[in-house]
Design a protein around this ligand. Structure first.
Ligand SMILES: C[S@@+](CC[C@H](N)C(=O)[O-])C[C@H]1O[C@@H](n2cnc3c(N)ncnc32)[C@H](O)[C@@H]1O
Length: 228
């Protein structure tokens, strides 16, 4: 049976001004666009809402059933290479069956807003970790102890405040904590604080990237105990 290639298209952090021309061109070529709720309003054409995160096998099944007829594009936020549906689809399709169109990541935009390089930052995601029933921010304290800069993707369970609580629980206090909320949207907000300040902050359950930085002059090794 013949099939058309699938396109995983990164469309940036949310505002249309961060969609690259290459992503726009690929979107225009596709017969059918699939995405989660948040991105369905980004383009001036219908986008079918699919539960890419909650039910990946059903999403893949839908793609397999329709790709003979339609050139399908799956829109993902930010860059597909960072915690996206790409991780799922590459378990089901061969290398020649799909292509990836890069996008501007929320992490990239966070570091740009802070005017900081991110070549030696450790990036990790707590997004979706509540599904494991875990009470500990798996690996976070270890990563913060080891790396001068850590960028964390959050969610409604692992909010910036819960992240601060986890760090304090592991004895990590002397860090700068920068909460980058709703990047690229009109309600974007950047809050520079420390671990105790983040714990005291109004909890944000929306989109955010939390950057945790060692302060200048802070010793290399920390008293934190690794959870790994
Ligand atoms: C499943 S991950 C996808 C990351 C995406 N591939 C990227 O490169 O940005 C979703 C998480 O990315 C972060 N995120 C995505 N868009 C954001 C935005 N506009 N502002 C702040 N954080 C964002 C949040 O931590 C969110 O929970």
């Amino acid at each position: 049976m013949s099939w058309k290639k699938l396109y995983i298209i990164g469309v940036g952090p949310g505002d249309e001004s961060y969609i690259t021309p290459a992503a726009r061109a690929k979107v225009a070529e596709c017969d059918l666009l699939l995405s989660s709720q948040r991105l369905t309003r980004l383009f001036d054409r219908p986008i079918r809402k699919l539960d890419l995160k909650g039910d990946p096998p059903a999403a893949v099944q839908f793609i397999l059933e329709n790709r003979a007829r339609l050139k399908i594009g799956v829109l993902v936020s930010g860059d597909p290479g960072l915690y996206s549906f790409l991780g799922v689809i590459s378990n089901y399709l061969g290398q020649d069956e799909f292509e990836v169109v890069p996008g501007i990541s929320s992490v990239q935009l966070a570091f740009a807003r802070l005017k900081l390089g991110w070549e030696d930052a450790c990036i990790l995601s707590l997004h979706g970790r509540d599904a494991d029933g875990g009470r500990d921010a798996d690996g976070l304290a270890g990563a913060v102890a080891q790396h001068p800069t850590v960028a964390v993707l959050t969610d409604g369970r692992w909010t910036p405040r819960e992240i601060a609580r986890d760090l304090l629980g592991h004895g990590i206090e002397d860090r700068e904590v920068i909460i980058c909320e709703n990047l690229s949207y009109p309600e974007e907000r950047i809050t520079v604080s420390d671990v105790r300040g983040a714990l005291a902050s109004a909890d944000s359950r929306g989109l955010s990237v939390v950057i945790i930085r060692k302060r200048k002059g802070c010793p290399e090794s920390s008293q934190a105990s690794s959870t790994e």
